[in-house]
Design a protein around this ligand. Structure first.
Ligand SMILES: [Zn+2]
Length: 253
C-alpha cells in the first residue's frame, strides 16, 4: 500500500509540474475516462462498438514504441499541450529503452501493451500467441514497476496489425483485458510527408467527428506532425479524453 501511495504521489506531482508549465492556450486534457471489461473491445475499425465519446472528443493512442528520438519528440509535443495519451508498448522496446517507458508513465500517460516483438498473432498457435502477449506485458511491467504478475497493471492490449483471432479475443476477455482497436488512423506506416499525414488525419477526424486515433510514436513523420495536429484540434474545438483502467481504489482520488 505504501508503495502504491508513493507511486500515486509521484504521479500527482509529475502531473502538477506538467500543468504548471502549460501555456495558457494549451489544448489540455478535457476529461479522464475509466475503461473496464464491460467494454471488452473498442474501436470501430475492427469491432462493433467503441468508447462512449461525445462529439468532438478524441483519444490519442501511439503504438510500437518506445523509440529514441521520435518518442521523445512525441512526449515533448504532448507535454507542451498538456494532453495525456495512451502508449501501446512492445516489450522488447520497453526493455531496450526503459527510461522512455518510465518517462511516459511519470508524465501521466497510460502505458499499455502490444506484445513483446510484434509478430502476427493470428498466424501462431493460440498458446504461443498468448505466451507472446504475456511476455510483452511482463517486460513492460518489469520496466515500469520492477515486478510482474499474472495480470498486467494496465489491462489494455492492442493486437499488432489488428490481427486478432476469436480464440485470443475470448482469452483476453476472460482475463478482463480490454482490447483496443481504433476508430480512425493516420496511416503513418505509409510513405508520406508529415504535412500530408496532418491533412489526411484531420480529414478523417472531420469525417468521424470523434474517436480513438492510432499513431505510431516510432515514426518521424508522426513526431513531426503532432504539434500541428494538436494545435488544429485546439482550433477546431476538439477535446482530449484520457483513458485509464478502472480500479476500485481510484474512485477516492
Ligand atoms: Zn504495432
Amino acid at each position: 500500500m505504501l508503495r502504491w501511495v508513493a507511486t500515486a504521489l509521484s504521479l500527482a506531482l509529475a502531473g502538477h509540474a506538467a500543468v504548471a508549465e502549460c501555456p495558457a492556450d494549451a489544448l489540455g486534457t478535457s476529461r479522464v475516462l475509466e475503461v473496464d471489461a464491460t467494454t471488452p473491445r473498442v474501436g470501430l475499425k475492427h469491432f462493433a462498438s467503441t468508447l462512449p465519446l461525445a462529439a468532438k472528443e478524441v483519444v490519442l493512442t501511439f503504438d510500437d514504441g518506445p523509440s529514441p528520438g521520435t518518442t521523445t519528440r512525441v512526449l515533448d509535443a504532448l507535454a507542451r499541450e498538456c494532453v495525456k495519451a495512451t502508449f501501446f508498448l512492445l516489450g522488447q522496446n520497453a526493455a531496450a529503452h526503459p527510461e522512455l517507458a518510465r518517462r511516459e508513465l511519470a508524465e501521466g500517460h497510460t502505458v499499455a501493451h502490444h506484445t513483446f516483438a510484434h509478430p502476427p498473432l493470428d498466424r501462431l498457435p493460440a498458446d504461443a500467441a498468448q505466451a507472446e502477449i504475456d511476455r510483452g506485458m511482463a517486460a513492460v511491467d518489469t520496466v515500469l514497476y520492477g515486478s510482474t504478475a499474472a495480470a498486467p497493471r494496465t489491462p489494455f492490449f492492442r493486437f499488432p496489425g489488428f490481427a486478432s483471432t476469436p480464440e485470443l479475443l475470448a482469452r483476453l476477455e476472460a482475463r478482463g483485458i480490454v482490447v483496443f482497436g481504433a476508430d480512425f488512423w493516420a496511416s503513418d506506416w505509409n510513405q508520406m510527408t508529415s504535412a500530408e499525414e496532418l491533412r489526411l488525419t484531420l480529414a478523417r477526424l472531420t469525417e468521424s467527428g470523434r474517436g480513438i486515433v492510432l499513431f505510431h510514436d516510432t515514426k518521424a513523420r508522426t513526431a513531426a506532425m503532432l504539434p500541428g495536429f494538436l494545435r488544429a484540434l485546439k482550433a477546431g474545438g476538439y477535446r482530449i479524453v484520457h483513458v485509464v483502467p478502472a480500479r476500485p481504489h481510484s474512485t477516492g482520488l
